[in-house]
Ligand binder design. Structure first.
Ligand code: FCB
Length: 445
């Protein structure tokens, strides 16, 4: 059973839906620049127009209302609010979020605000971005602007979305903005500054919000599925026993447990000009919930020497349009093992499916695969809840088809189809299905 006041939501992110990239004084983000770098984004797509949500948010909130969600996760474009990342506030940009929040509340939808979902201000990147020792203070300055203006109405916050991706993919492997391939040494600073930014931000919101804040963050929840009942410990080890910045522990342990994984912590502790103990105090500000984004996972066991190994998926295992394996057990094992380790109520801040959607002759968009995907994942989540994991919410990615980063518009994740030529929105079958699940609080699953 899902609890009575369960948050049924959908999630989006600013760069992926807003468009209006040069409207009303918005500054550039690293994604504006990266998407103009030939070969980086499939088919040369960019977020200049996207879903034009900046100009159509009222229509989109109306669709949310009809869907029946009681929570909506969106992110703020930092460079729309502070075109240079710090300094002068762009009032028109800030006004947009003010109006969006009012529109949501008017429709009884609780705003879940993500402060940073990858669209880093280009002007701050030019100053060294996450490598700059002042970068946590820049994020604090940005937090202040949002908190001072919106915290009379916004109560749910997530500081950062998926640092594994914007640092790992963006700064180590170069596949996302800003497209860097930093050395492991530089990456230690980038990780540490990112976590400090999170901590400074939480501290400010906690001390200054005008209404009681509920704060978390939204890392990738990398999940392992035990191959058999004897492999649960292998799953734990896969998920937490490592210092890989693409996995969980480097990001979650300092935040929730106040310490880095051993080897990583030693390296950070040896960096010049770092006071590790003091910094970890800042980083581990108490949080109210455990948010994470999970789409798929690995199946694990141990070999004859006791090492954890991942197994190939069974031949013919279903994949989504973006080629990710469908492994619905992740929404059981993820919440279960995260809850066991971090002891915070779990909110799935993202989960959903890319599908080859089209508008059929009948003018509708039929996406039975997505219904099946979400159905199976929600059953897993429900099972975790029934076994005692405190589960507070589920945010389906995504409300609208949108700009899927390096994949451009080729992958459709929405439960509302977007015709990018006309901006016409067509709710898919999954939209109506999700509506019925929300109405029944998941009892009809
Ligand atoms: C997550 C991102 C989100 C979206 C989904 C499909 O990694 O947080 O913006 O692209 O994947």
């Amino acid at each position: 059973m899902f609890k009575k006041d369960f948050f049924w939501g959908t999630a989006t992110a600013s760069y992926q839906i807003e468009g209006a990239f040069n409207q009303d004084g918005r500054g550039l983000s690293v994604w504006d620049v990266f998407s103009r770098w030939p070969g980086k984004v499939r088919d040369g797509h960019n977020g200049d127009i996207a879903c034009d949500h900046y100009n159509r948010y009222k229509e989109d909130v109306k669709l949310m209302k009809e869907l029946g969600i009681n929570a909506y996760r969106f992110s703020v474009s930092w460079s729309r609010v502070l075109p240079d990342g710090i300094g002068k506030v762009n009032e028109k940009g800030l006004d947009f979020y003010d109006r969006l929040v009012d529109e949501l509340l008017k429709n009884n939808i609780t705003p879940f605000m993500t402060l940073f979902h990858w669209d880093y201000p280009y002007e701050l990147y030019r100053k060294g971005g996450w490598l700059n020792p002042d970068s946590p203070k820049w994020f604090l300055e940005y937090t202040k602007v949002l908190c001072d203006r919106l915290s009379d109405r916004v109560q749910y916050y997530m500081t950062l979305n998926e640092p594994q991706c914007f640092i790992g993919v963006g700064h180590k492997w170069g596949g996302h903005a800003p497209g860097l391939r930093l050395s492991d040494y530089d990456l230690l600073y980038a990780v540490h500054n990112t976590l400090l930014a999170h901590g400074e931000s939480v501290k400010y919101i906690r001390e200054n919000a005008k209404t009681k804040p509920h704060i978390g963050f939204a890392p990738c929840g990398i999940v392992a599925i035990p191959s058999t009942g004897n492999d649960v410990d292998a799953a734990r080890r896969y998920m937490f026993d490592n210092s890989d910045i693409g996995r969980n522990a480097v990001w979650m342990d300092p935040v929730y447990l106040g310490k880095y994984p051993k080897e990583f912590g030693e390296q950070v502790g040896n960096l010049p000009k770092i006071d590790l103990d003091a910094d970890l105090k800042t980083i581990s500000q108490p949080l109210d919930f455990f948010g994470c984004n999970t789409y798929h996972g690995e199946i694990v066991t141990t070999d004859s020497s006791g090492n954890v190994i991942t197994l190939r998926k069974p031949v013919g295992n279903t994949r989504t349009a973006i080629n990710w394996h469908v492994t619905p057990e992740v929404l059981y094992w993820g919440p279960k093992l995260f809850y066991e380790r971090y002891q915070k109520p779990v909110i799935m801040t993202e989960n959903g499916m890319a599908n080859c959607d089209t508008i059929s002759f009948d003018g509708k968009c039929h996406d039975p695969q997505r219904i099946d995907y979400v159905h199976r994942h929600l059953l897993s989540l429900k099972k975790a809840a029934e076994e005692g994991v405190e589960v507070d919410g589920y945010f389906l990615w995504s409300l609208l088809d949108n700009f899927e980063w390096a994949e451009g518009y080729n992958e459709r994740f929405g439960i509302i189809y977007v015709d990018y030529q006309t901006q016409k929105r067509t709710p898919k079958d999954s939209y109506y299905w999700y509506k019925s699940v929300i109405e029944a609080n998941g009892e009809n699953l």
